[in-house]
Write a protein that binds this ligand. Structure first.
Ligand code: SF4
Ligand code: SF4
Length: 206
């Protein structure tokens, strides 16, 4: 299979087992289907038939793109790729209404208090990330305006909103949140899948 040219199968299975998103299989499946439809248009099975590429190969490449950073192949990190493509965000508002928790760093509190003086009453300390606070209730976020489906404080939004769909796991590691329907994540994984697909084909040609 094409993916075996990029990563050892057993190693990948181990990575998959440790993936923090594995408990939501249905959501992952539907995410991967969306990427698959797009990838097929970019790397058609017809064109790559001569290399023995099948539908399952595209699916495996997407699965790899979901779970590993291209840094593993001396490429850019997810963060670096995402940073270059602000246009991938369709401003759908899903992250503001369905994703939780929303972290607020202690250095961000004073600015946010200007917009929402009652904020002090509505937040609690985040026990895992002690420099951060979080809303007691954040679905939807208190700063989301449902009438226009926009953030009321967009230019002053917390860092966690600026990096979404990349979310912090552990103290300094980011991973992609694939459990919500986010065009940004779809485009990011599509971009990575194309890069990995081309790399695998290059290795196969050697
Ligand atoms: S980051 Fe994703 S979920 Fe949030 S508004 Fe943009 S496209 Fe929608
Ligand atoms: S602060 Fe703004 S961008 Fe962040 S979750 Fe709330 S509404 Fe969305």
């Amino acid at each position: 299979m094409l993916r075996d040219l990029l990563i050892n199968r057993e190693l990948f299975e181990e990575i998959k087992l440790k993936s923090f998103q594995e408990d939501s299989c249905e959501k992952m499946e539907s995410f991967e289907k969306r990427v698959f439809v797009k990838l097929k248009k970019k790397r058609s099975l017809k064109k790559y038939k001569k290399f023995g590429v099948k539908k399952a190969d595209l699916k495996e490449i997407i699965e790899l793109s979901d779970r590993v950073s291209l840094k593993l192949f001396d490429g850019p990190s997810d963060y670096q790729i995402a940073e270059e493509h602000p246009e991938w965000c369709s401003h759908c508002g899903t992250c503001c209404t369905q994703s939780s928790p929303i972290f607020i760093h202690r250095d961000e509190i004073n600015l946010l208090l200007i917009f929402k003086p009652s904020l002090n009453e509505e937040i609690i300390q985040n026990k895992e990330y002690t420099q951060h606070y979080m809303f007691k209730e954040d679905l939807p976020c208190k700063f989301h305006d449902p009438e226009i489906n926009r953030c009321k404080i967009y230019n002053f939004r917390p860092q966690v909103c600026r990096t979404y769909p990349l979310v912090l796991i552990g103290q300094d590691r980011y991973t992609l949140d694939l459990l919500h329907k986010c065009d940004y994540s779809t485009q990011l994984v599509l971009e990575k899948s194309i890069i990995l697909f081309d790399e695998a084909i290059k290795r196969q040609k050697k």
